[in-house]
Ligand binder design. Sequence first.
Ligand SMILES: *Cc1c(COP(=O)(O)O)cnc(C)c1O
Length: 396
Amino acid sequence: MSADEPAPLSLDTQAVWAAEAGPFPFGAAVVPIVQAATFAYQDLESWRSVALHRRAGHIYSRNSNPTLEVLERKIAALDGTESAAGFSTGMAAISSTFFALLSPGDRLVSIRDSYGGTNVLFEEFLPRFSIEMCLCDTTDMESIESEISRGCRLLYLETPTNPTLKVVDIERLARAAHAQGAIVVTDNTFATPCNQRPAALGSDLVIYSATKFLAGHSDVLGGLVSGSAELVRKIYHFREIAGATLHAEAAYAILRGMKTLALRMARHNSNAQAIAEHLSRHPKVAAVHYPGLANHPGHGLARRQMRGYGGVLSFAPRGGLAELATVLDRLRLAQRAAHLGGVATTAGPPSVTSHVELTAEERARAGIPETLIRYSAGIEDPADLIADLDQALGAL
Ligand SMILES: *Cc1c(COP(=O)(O)O)cnc(C)c1O
């Protein structure tokens, strides 16, 4: 860095400024929502030069859109990657990544605790295309390494996991995967770039359900993939054809949410930590899962790999399904909903949230307890949330 070059901006500053310094059309201070389905040209020559990628510009919003492009540049900046592509949902980003990068006969290595929808891709759809699947015990790094060494085209990670918050060693597994020439993909939805930078740990691609913490207000769906220009180009090309592109309006809503991402994540982190500590001392609680707890099996790794432990925890009230229902029904400051990452606290059991796509038997096989409550701490006052949990647990 030369003496007059400014110091690199912190993530908190980038969350506000990255890709949004302008100038924007009409002198607008924020990026306009470019609602256009298509883009019109005055002469064939300039139209052709944009269509043939000789000049920057847009042709049709299934392929690219100016508002979406700002969001793509923003997540790439926050992730420290070269490029990004936006999708209509997180699942569209995940499935498009697989269909863009895998071919029949390829072997995919992943963990058993991936997001429910991702797991359905692994169990139901990818095998139909003759992709060989190997789903490993999420916390057994040695067995994952040994499966990788048997051949691996794509290593798919997610950490912390849903809903038991297991922690996976990205750097160690990425090293093993790269030795096999594999592509490493990490779902970073729970952590966000504020808490974890998978690209810096060796992940080639970073995936988000932007629906969750990135957007943060429970009012929009979206998905993002960021990584090297070369890999993102392939995924982008698949998106142009498969068509699960993010709408400009949704891109704008996610951009607006992301400006406060660092502020929100700081509060999500501290709220979840305070609640997890409180619940782990509570006589009516049988188990608490949160990587910020010193007795969590992944705590040491999380401390090395993450800058904050995130807003999601899970806990099991003492008893069975009746007690689970009692506690959930009595909560006042939690939306009982299949969602997480919003400013308002949400709570629900895996059977109707993260793992609704699985049968009870499949959940049991995946080690997902039916009596667990996944709790996504919002940005409310932690004392109010703790009092609410206490009154709900007090009914047991
Ligand atoms: C919600 C979620 C997804 C899927 O995202 P959608 O936007 O709902 O399609 C993928 N991974 C994780 C970890 C999630 O929480």
